[in-house]
Design a protein around this ligand. Structure first.
Ligand SMILES: Nc1ncnc2c1ncn2[C@@H]1O[C@H](COP(=O)(O)OP(=O)(O)O)[C@@H](O)[C@H]1O
Ligand SMILES: [Mg+2]
Length: 378
């Protein structure tokens, strides 16, 4: 890849605290790249370093191959959109957007043409003469986006741009942002702590935790093949099982003993040997729930348990099923009219079935902070 922006071994400390720890990321020209992680993991610090508002203690920032680490913000072809809009309250929408080009000394006709184009892009032509106080949160954020894009930056940095908006508006603006990105073709770096936002808008995501990048990949790679327990738990929900390899089924599948649970078949996502300890991530929607013992193929796993919790979500139901020492979460989509069926309830005995290929072996398992685990406690 020939990256438009490269973070190269970036470290930033505040006193003895390391906010960003030896981070290297390559961002391709034209992509929407997200930095995703919980509050305090170092996302904004990294973005501020890209914008030039902050300097790293070690490492370099390269833009199109040139070292810009020491360049002041106004000399970088980079603009930032913040969560709190940061609009000029005394200027109307048009003059807010025109501010950058005017400062840059563009002639009045050019400014007018560019601003008109931006107003159209963010669908605010009808509101051009209004002041920010008269606009909704979503409209304000669209002004902020237009005001950044009118400068024709090579990279647009967006720091939790939707965090102040309610859910429906967030979803709407995500779609708008995606359309704007397609239209202008500028590289977007999108910072968020919201995994569904990152999943829906990104070409690629870097998942951050405590100043470190845990994994970089497409949304599907991150979701289906999480490298670590943190990534598996932060992106969606998952079940973890740990066990020991006790034999090979063939060169692709192994038999694995899980204490107080049974013997399961796993896909060797990475090389394993007999005796190895493994950690498995098993997504709730991969688990099939049935009252009858399922017809299990040779590479299917089937375990019996007791339903301990049920949460109905309308389009789906989640079951927490006690199997020996383990409690697994299964999510069942309602494809047919549910009132015609008798779904399992609390205390029922059910079977869980999944194919060996539907679990994923983690490279690294770390104990997780409690708020990352959505499974109900006993
Ligand atoms: N100027 C600063 N002085 C001291 N600590 C800071 C400063 N800026 C950020 N931090 C700390 O660095 C960590 C990462 O902050 P930040 O990059 O804002 O995280 P995020 O954007 O992911 O929520 C936090 O623990 C924060 O308190
Ligand atoms: Mg932040």
């Amino acid at each position: 890849m020939n990256p438009i922006l490269r973070f190269e071994n970036i470290t930033r400390r505040f006193g003895t605290f390391t906010a960003v720890d030896d981070v290297t990321i390559d961002i391709a020209k034209g992509e929407t790249f997200s930095l995703l992680g919980p509050s305090g993991c170092g996302k904004t610090t990294l973005l501020r370093i890209a914008a030039g508002f902050d300097r790293p203690d070690a490492g370099r920032v390269l833009l199109d191959g040139n070292d810009i680490t020491d360049l002041p913000p106004d000399r970088r072809p980079v603009n930032t959109v913040f969560q709190n809009y940061a609009l000029f309250p005394h200027l109307n929408v048009r003059d807010n957007i025109a501010f950058g080009p005017k400062i840059a000394g563009q002639d009045a006709a050019t400014v007018r043409r560019e601003v008109d184009r931006m107003l159209e892009l963010v669908d605010l032509t009808a509101h051009a003469e209004k002041r920010p106080a008269m606009l909704s949160g979503g409209q304000k954020q669209r002004v902020a986006i237009a005001r950044a894009l009118v400068n024709k930056p090579q990279v647009l940095l967006l720091d939790e741009p939707l965090a102040a908006l309610d859910l429906k508006l967030r979803q709407r603006l995500l779609v708008d942002l995606d359309a704007i990105h397609d239209e202008v073709g500028i590289t977007f770096i999108y910072v968020t702590h919201d995994q569904s936002e990152a999943m829906s808008i990104s070409d690629r995501i870097a998942v951050m935790n405590k100043g470190v990048i845990e994994q970089t990949g497409t949304p599907v790679q991150i979701y289906e093949t999480p490298r670590t327990s943190f990534v598996a738990a932060f992106i969606g929900d998952t079940n973890f099982l740990d066990g020991r390899i006790i034999g090979a089924v063939d060169d692709r599948f192994s038999r694995c003993a899980v204490e107080d649970f049974g013997t399961i078949i796993i896909d060797n996502d990475k090389p394993v040997r007999i005796g190895d300890r493994i950690d498995l991530s098993l997504r709730p929607e991969k688990l099939m729930v049935s009252r009858q013992r399922p017809d299990a193929g040779p590479m299917d796993n089937a375990v019996q348990g007791i339903v301990e919790d049920v949460i109905y979500f309308g389009s789906s139901t989640r079951y927490w099923v006690r199997c020996g020492a383990w409690k697994l979460c299964a999510e069942v989509q309602h494809r047919t009219f549910l009132l015609d069926e008798t779904p399992p309830v609390w205390g029922d005995s059910v079977w869980l079935r999944w194919h060996a290929n539907d679990g994923y072996l983690l490279e690294q398992y770390d104990a997780l902070d409690e708020d990352l685990l959505t499974l109900p406690e006993d």
